[in-house]
Write a protein that binds this ligand. Structure first.
Ligand code: NAD
Length: 494
């Protein structure tokens, strides 16, 4: 069994980690740095460049040079082979990648390790997609020998901006389709968690990725991120993060009408019908929020329970929550790791105060978790609020922390209306043993993903994304690859 603490001590030693532009591992032009600290205890893991507009300019130029240069000559089969090699490399280094993530952003190691099927699957799925892209010959209404056909071309230089809560999957979901289609990438990771993305770029380089195809600029959102979003040399922006930032990015994209895909926030409903299998539903409904300490976009944070079973169900969810183990992500038995930053922790604490102030009842949790082994980090007891109504801030706003707001409902029409009464539309969960109810609810809920008697399933082959203010565009599936392609019509008068 891996001794994570010993392995951790050799991975990061507080030293400077450069970013990569045009195949060169470099500091920021300003030479300024950002500290990468372990959110579990505040120790300094490394420093990374504080990139800004000047660095983004260089990275976009490098990505353009690679796009127009040798990379454009690679056949789809060569790109497929490269993606398969990268997958092999990642498989061999999987523990190191997961450990890096756990140290840098706190996700419990068991959870990061468990994501391997999805991430390695993504790389292999996009390898398959690389050779599946093709156009068509289309009959037309012109007389004579006039042929019309379509060809699919890579969109060009892709700017990718990702949040801190899932750096491995988040970055592969942007880089994979770009490599499959022949695009090049400038990726800006979150200032809160850059280290694993730098490691990913290193592994890709070792697997044979040519220089300039993937450029990483570390830095703050308002500097490097904004410069990338508005850069006229970027053809497409793919963004995952909060709805407010997504709106700013969509506005910035109008400069050159770049293509934009947005994976944004959520306030997802979980609906537990009176015929639900309670035994099975309790842990799934609870972990729909508490996984990754609630720092998940799809968190099922509005728990609607049929009135007949509401009290029993919420009591059992609260008991389940109270038994979760809080600790450092690196401890193999930790269920609830740290919150990423003091700023996020203060936001969560604000909602924990707002709940009771607005009339909600704390069924479990409701406070920060403290203890000798938790000093230097920001930890919370998983919290379940009862007595919540739809107007309370805890029922309306994305908390991005381990907080469930439970509410009773009386009939299915009512719960559909209430579940949809949110600006978001990312995901939903339904628990019922009645097939007809499952179908009816799944079709009426406005969300990009609806899970029935399960939650969290995300697969490389299945589209994932939001409706309404949870964004537009899909990641996963053939639709995802489409977003990295342009269609050109060619007419030939033979
Ligand atoms: P955030 O929006 O603050 O930051 C996301 C990224 O955008 C970071 O890299 C940040 O540096 C950058 N950024 C910030 N301001 C910018 C600007 N003006 N221009 C360009 N880039 C800018 O989000 P966060 O706090 O890192 O992550 C949490 C949010 O992400 C939550 O709302 C969550 O729901 C959402 N999220 C969504 C998904 C999804 O797939 N839908 C997945 C994970 C997280």
């Amino acid at each position: 069994m891996t001794d994570w603490k010993t392995k951790a001590a050799t991975l990061y030693d507080g030293s400077f980690r450069p970013m990569v532009i045009g195949g060169q591992w470099v500091a920021a032009q300003s030479e300024e740095v950002i500290e990468a600290r372990n959110p579990a205890d505040g120790t300094l893991l490394a420093t990374v460049p504080r990139g800004s507009k000047a660095d983004i300019d260089k990275a976009v130029a490098a990505a353009r040079k690679a796009f127009d240069g040798p990379w454009s000559k690679w056949t789809p089969f060569e790109r497929q082979n490269l993606l398969l090699k990268i997958a092999e490399k990642f498989e061999a280094e999987w523990e190191t990648l997961c450990l890096s993530d756990t140290l840098d952003m706190g996700m419990p190691i068991q959870r990061t390790l468990g994501n391997s099927r999805r991430v390695l699957g993504m790389l292999r799925y996009y390898a398959g997609q690389a050779v599946a892209v093709h156009g068509a010959t289309i009959p037309n209404s012109f007389p004579g020998e006039i042929y019309s056909q379509t060809v699919r071309e890579p969109v060009g230089v892709v700017g990718a901006i990702i949040p801190w809560n899932a750096p491995i999957a988040g970055s592969i979901w942007k880089i994979g389709p770009a490599l499959a289609t022949g695009c090049t990438v400038v990726l800006k990771p979150s200032e809160e968690a850059s280290l694993t993305v730098l490691l990913i770029a290193k592994l890709m380089e070792e697997a044979g990725l040519p220089e300039g195809v993937l450029n990483i600029v570390t830095g703050h959102g308002a500097e490097a991120g904004a410069a990338l979003a508005e850069h006229p040399g970027v053809d497409k922006i793919v963004f995952t993060g909060s709805t407010a930032t997504g709106q700013a990015i969509a506005r910035a994209g109008t400069v050159n009408l770049k293509r934009v895909s947005l994976e944004l926030g959520g306030k997802s409903p979980v609906i537990v019908c009176r015929d639900a299998d309670i035994e099975k539903a309790v842990p799934v409904a609870a972990m729909s929020v508490f996984a990754n300490s609630g720092q998940i976009c799809i968190a099922g944070s509005r728990l609607f329970v049929a009135r007949e079973i509401h009290d029993e169900f919420t009591r059992r969810v609260a008991e389940f929550a109270a038994n979760l183990r809080i600790g450092h992500g690196i401890d193999a038995d930790t269920d609830i790791g740290p919150i990423i930053s003091a700023r996020q922790a203060d936001r969560i604490a604000g909602y924990l105060a707002a709940g009771p102030n607005e009339g909600a009842e704390v069924l479990t949790g409701g406070t920060r978790a403290e203890g000798e082994d938790l000093t230097g980090g920001h930890f919370f007891h998983p919290t379940v609020f009862g007595g919540v109504n739809d107007d309370m801030s805890i029922a309306r706003e994305e908390i991005f922390g381990p907080v469930i707001s439970a509410m009773p409902f009386d009939d299915l029409d009512e719960v559909v209306t209430r579940a949809n009464a949110t600006p978001y539309g990312l995901a939903a969960g339904i628990f019922t043993t009645h097939l007809g109810t499952a179908h009816r609810l799944a079709h009426r809920i406005k969300a990009g993903s609806v899970w029935v008697n399960m939650y969290h399933a995300i697969d490389p082959a299945v589209p994932f994304g939001g409706m309404k203010m949870s964004g537009y565009g899909r990641e996963g599936g053939a639709e995802h690859v489409e977003e990295y392609l342009e269609t050109k019509a060619i007419w030939i008068n033979a």
